[in-house]
Design a protein around this ligand. Structure first.
Ligand SMILES: [Zn+2]
Length: 90
């Protein structure tokens, strides 16, 4: 019983490790600059890794710094709001 538990635990650890490796692999494929403002991205800087946005779409990896990500989101919201408003007006 306990050996089975150990086995399961080991497998979970292995899966977690694999997941992490996939993520690290993703980062190694990344550009090291913000797609918009070309600001340098430091993969070894944990704070940067946490705050920057990585978008994976159709095998392409896009990297945005927090400022550009924020701006992009605001723009999307404005477009959305504008669309909604004009829809209401019409
Ligand atoms: Zn940027």
């Amino acid at each position: 019983m306990s050996s089975l538990k150990k086995k399961i635990k080991r497998r979970q650890e292995k899966e977690a490790k694999k997941d992490l490796q996939e993520k690290v692999g993703l980062f190694s494929k990344l550009e090291d600059k913000c797609l918009v403002c070309q600001k340098d991205f430091d993969k070894k800087n944990k704070e940067m890794v946490m705050s920057w946005s990585v978008i994976v779409k159709e095998d392409k990896v896009r990297l945005y710094c927090p400022e550009c990500w924020d701006r992009a989101n605001k723009l999307i919201k404005e477009i959305k709001d504008g669309y909604t408003n004009s829809k209401v007006d019409v």
